[in-house]
Design a binder for this molecule. Structure first.
Ligand SMILES: *Cc1c(COP(=O)(O)O)cnc(C)c1O
Length: 367
C-alpha cells in the first residue's frame, strides 16, 4: 500500500455533503465578499484561540504582511527571524523594505535561538518574528523577556501551529499579533489559499481591518495605503465546516506522533523530534534528523517504497539567492538541519497499517 505524505481527500471527502450544501448556500446568497459567513467564521476562530480579534485574510503570507503593516514596520527597520523556516516569514519582512535579520535555531526544537537573536540586535531592530515551526511553540517566555528588555514588537508566525500551546496559552495570543495559514497542507487546511491574524490590541485590530481593504475608511477615503487582503465568504463558510472537527484532527496527529516516537526510538542513525517543556504540539510535520549524510538516501528509499516524505527545508533563508545582498549571517545549526531533516506522513487519517508501513520501512533502511 502506498502512503502519501498528505491526503487531503481523506479529510475532506467525509464532509463532502456538508461542504456541497455550504457551497450551494453561499451561491444562492449572492454574497461573496464580507458578510455573515465571514463574521461568523471570525467569531468562531476568536473563540477557539481565546483572543479578542481574529481577522480572516487572503493567505498566511498576507497575514504576516498585514501584521507587519499594522505594526508600522517599514523601510530600514530590522526584524529578527529564524534562518530555518518557510520563505514567507522573511519574504513578508523584505517586501516592506524592512530587513530580515537571520538568527540561528535550536537543533532539538528547530525553533529560533533567542540567545542568538539577542546578539544580532542593533539600534535599528524593531521587532522579532518567532516561528512556531512544524507545530510547536517557541519558548515565548524567552521571547517576551527579550522584547520587553529591548523594546521590540513581537509577531508570531503561527502558519504551522494553529491550536499549539505554550504554558496553556494559544499560539498567536502571546504577542502583539499572530499570523495563521489555511493553505491545504496546514493543520486546518482550506480549499485554496487563506489566512488569519489574531490580536488582543483593539487599535491594531482596527488598523488591520482598514489595511485589509485598501486602507479605506470610510468608503472611498484612504488615509493610509493598504491592499486587498480579504478572504472570500465562500472560503470562510467552507472552513466553518471543518472548524468543529479540528480538536479531533489534533488528537489524531498527536497519537500518530506517539506511535512513531515509540516505534522508532531504537533506530540508530536518526534523531526523533522532541516535545519541548510546557508545549502542546500540533505536529504539522513529524521531522526526523538523519545523520551521517544518509538523508537523501533515506528520502529515495522511502520514495521507492511508495512512502511520501519531504525535505522541509533544503536551503536555509540566509543562503537564499534573493537575500545575497544582505550582510552574511552565520547560522551553523540551520545549515546542519537543512542537510539532515526529512518529514514523514503524520496526517490525521493515516491508518494503523500505513503508520506501521512507514515505521517498518525506516527500520529496514537502517538494518
Ligand atoms: C505556510 C507558511 C507561511 C505562508 O502561508 P501561505 O498561506 O502559504 O501564504 C508562512 N510561514 C510559515 C512558517 C509557513 O509554513
Amino acid at each position: 500500500m502506498s502512503v502519501p505524505l498528505l491526503d487531503v481527500n481523506a479529510q475532506n471527502l467525509p464532509l463532502a455533503e456538508e461542504l456541497e450544501a455550504v457551497f450551494s448556500r453561499v451561491l444562492r446568497s449572492g454574497r461573496f465578499i464580507f458578510g455573515d459567513e465571514l463574521e461568523a467564521f471570525e467569531k468562531e476562530c476568536a473563540a477557539m484561540l481565546h483572543v479578542k480579534h481574529a481577522l480572516s485574510v487572503s493567505s498566511g503570507t498576507d497575514a504576516l504582511l498585514l501584521a507587519l503593516m499594522g505594526l508600522g514596520i517599514g523601510v530600514g527597520d530590522e526584524v529578527l527571524c529564524p534562518a530555518f523556516t518557510f520563505f514567507a516569514t522573511a519574504g513578508s519582512i523584505a517586501r516592506l523594505g524592512a530587513v530580515p535579520v537571520f538568527c540561528d535555531v535550536h537543533a532539538d526544537s528547530f525553533n529560533i535561538d533567542v540567545a542568538d537573536a539577542r546578539k544580532r540586535i542593533t539600534a535599528k531592530t524593531k521587532a522579532i518574528m518567532p516561528v512556531h515551526l512544524f507545530g510547536q511553540c517557541v519558548n515565548m517566555d524567552d521571547v517576551k523577556a527579550l522584547a520587553a528588555e529591548k523594546n521590540l514588537l513581537v509577531i508570531e508566525d503561527c502558519a504551522q501551529a494553529i491550536g499549539a500551546t505554550f504554558l496553556g496559552q494559544q499560539a498567536g495570543t502571546m504577542s502583539d499579533v499572530g499570523a495563521f495559514s489555511f493553505f491545504p497542507s496546514k493543520n486546518l487546511g482550506g480549499f485554496g489559499d487563506g489566512g488569519l491574524v489574531s490580536t488582543n490590541d483593539d487599535a491594531l485590530a482596527k488598523r488591520m481591518i482598514e489595511l485589509r481593504n485598501h486602507g479605506m475608511s470610510p468608503k472611498y477615503y484612504h488615509k493610509v495605503i493598504g491592499g486587498n487582503f480579504r478572504l472570500d465568504a465562500l472560503q470562510c463558510a467552507l472552513l466553518r465546516v471543518k472548524l468543529p472537527h479540528y480538536p479531533s484532527y489534533l488528537t489524531r496527529r498527536n497519537a500518530n506522533a506517539e506511535f512513531y516516537l515509540n516505534e522508532l526510538k531504537n533506530v540508530a542513525g536518526i534523531t526523533l523530534p522532541s516535545v519541548s517543556e510546557n508545549c502542546g504540539h500540533t505536529w504539522n510535520q513529524f521531522t526526523l534528523r538523519v545523520h551521517d549524510g544518509k538523508r537523501d538516501a533515506l528520502h529515495q528509499y522511502l520514495t521507492k517504497n511508495q512512502i511520501g516524505s519531504e525535505i522541509y527545508y533544503p536551503v536555509p533563508l540566509h543562503q537564499q539567492e534573493c537575500f545575497s545582498h544582505l550582510p552574511k549571517a552565520s547560522c551553523p545549526v540551520a545549515d546542519q538541519l537543512a542537510s539532515e531533516v526529512l518529514s514523514i506522513p503524520i496526517y490525521p487519517e493515516l491508518s494503523d497499517t500505513q503508520k506501521t508501513e512507514v515505521a517498518e520501512a525506516i527500520k529496514n533502511f537502517f538494518n
